[in-house]
Design a binder for this molecule. Structure first.
Ligand SMILES: Nc1ncnc2c1ncn2[C@@H]1O[C@H](COP(=O)(O)OP(=O)(O)O)[C@@H](O)[C@H]1O
Ligand SMILES: [Mg+2]
Length: 386
């Protein structure tokens, strides 16, 4: 019998297994919901598209970590929640729902008056972006209390000192009269947290709040945010370029790359079952997960430039697992579980099975070893303290 040559294959459903709709987890209260958000900038008369097709739900009371290299769009994204996008930025399309309002439709400062600082507050990497160098620390906290809660001068001072104590500033009553330059970087960040506390926000955005601080101060500030969140019951959005920082604080992780969320899931899902090669690369470069005889891995190449249109998967040029399709077609979000998805063609049922990097294959053992090492170090620190 003659073989049929050039037999045309039935068209395949390339998006098989992809999410057609982003649905919040059952039983969770959504405090902020972002759908199909696109953000661009106009630079020298030319439009660039920086954030593309962002979908995200933030649940009430949780800590959501947004992780990604510098330039991936983390700050631009979260600045839209408080109307702080640079003046050449614009929301192209999409919605940001918060308490029945679409924040993407807000236009004027008057619109933002009830939200920014009050209901959604931000702590930035550099505390001096939020502090006035010419006014005393005490005055700056009292002022917020007088405006927000209508306290008189005496009441505001008393409450401000209580807040300084809450954020663990030693000798709060004396230090009330100091100026920001008399405080260390870590103490200034504590003051910014106190100011945020004064407004009782529902959402606290922490945009790399510890990046400029040394490691010990960094973990103290993270612990402080964690403790205060327990007491005040707010929702935290914690932004960092360091995946290692969030293992202990996040409930959920959104990994950002090239202006998109490429993987989103519960902390255990992202740490133990990462699916996007970019998340693998981030995990492989964590010093905590390396072994003594392995050179520390780093992500080669540069993040995409937003100057020209990104075609296909933005990570493809740096991705050693990239397939032909990655260079021509943007991957959809493939569902991994009810709470976990990733935008990579590797999850397509038609993709070949690949051998994952060694660190990823051995994640369980390496995470366990890293946790034991951390415990041992903390044990040593405690012994030293006593
Ligand atoms: N005012 C602006 N004008 C033009 N492009 C901008 C502006 N602000 C940010 N961008 C672009 O957005 C990208 C993401 O920035 P950003 O959100 O600050 O990154 P991240 O916080 O993840 O380090 C930058 O690499 C830059 O290309
Ligand atoms: Mg940033």
């Amino acid at each position: 019998m003659e073989k049929v040559k050039n037999k045309t294959r039935a068209p395949i459903d390339i998006d098989k297994g992809a999410l057609t709709e982003f649905v919040p987890e059952k039983g969770k209260e959504v405090i902020l919901s972002v759908r199909d958000l696109q953000i661009g900038f106009v630079t020298r008369g030319k439009k660039t598209h920086v954030l593309r097709n962002i979908n995200l739900d933030v649940y009430k009371g949780e800590t959501l970590a947004i992780v990604g290299e510098s330039g991936s769009g983390k700050s631009v994204f979260t600045k839209t929640f408080t109307g702080m996008l640079d003046s050449n930025g614009f929301i192209n399309s999409g919605s940001i729902m918060f308490d029945g309002m679409d924040l993407a439709q807000f236009k004027t400062d008057k619109d933002w008056l009830q939200i920014r600082g009050k209901r959604i507050a931000t702590i930035f990497q550099d505390p001096m972006t939020s502090l006035n160098p010419l006014l005393t620390i005490g005055y700056q906290i009292s002022e917020v209390l007088r405006i927000h809660h209508g306290l008189n001068k005496e009441e505001a001072k008393k409450e401000a000192i209580a807040l300084l104590e809450k954020v663990k500033i030693p000798h709060a009553e004396e230090r009330y009269k100091d100026y920001p330059f008399q405080y260390s970087g870590g103490m200034r960040q504590r003051v910014v947290i106190a100011i945020a506390l004064a407004c009782r926000p529902e959402i606290l955005i922490c945009d790399e709040p510890t990046t400029a601080l040394d490691v010990t101060v960094q973990s103290q500030i993270i612990q402080l945010i964690k403790d205060l969140q327990k007491e005040y019951q707010w929702t935290t959005i914690f932004i960092t370029h360091d995946l290692g920082v969030v293992a202990n604080i996040a409930d959920r992780i959104a990994v950002m790359y090239g202006g998109q969320i490429v993987e989103y899931g519960k902390v255990n899902e992202v740490f133990y079952h990462p699916a996007h090669p970019y998340t693998w690369a981030l995990l492989c470069s964590l010093p905590q997960l390396g072994t003594k005889d392995e050179p520390l891995s780093y992500i080669k190449g540069n993040p995409p430039s937003f100057g020209k249109e990104i075609i296909g998967d933005a990570f493809a040029p740096r991705n050693e697992y990239a397939m032909n399709i990655d260079f021509v077609r943007e991957p959809p979000a493939f569902k991994i579980s009810e709470t976990h998805w990733a935008k990579t063609w590797l999850l397509s049922p038609y993709a070949p099975k690949i051998k994952k990097p060694k660190v990823i294959e051995e994640l369980h053992e390496r995470m366990k070893a890293a946790a034991e090492e951390l415990e041992r170090q903390e044990g040593n620190l405690n012994v030293k303290k006593d």
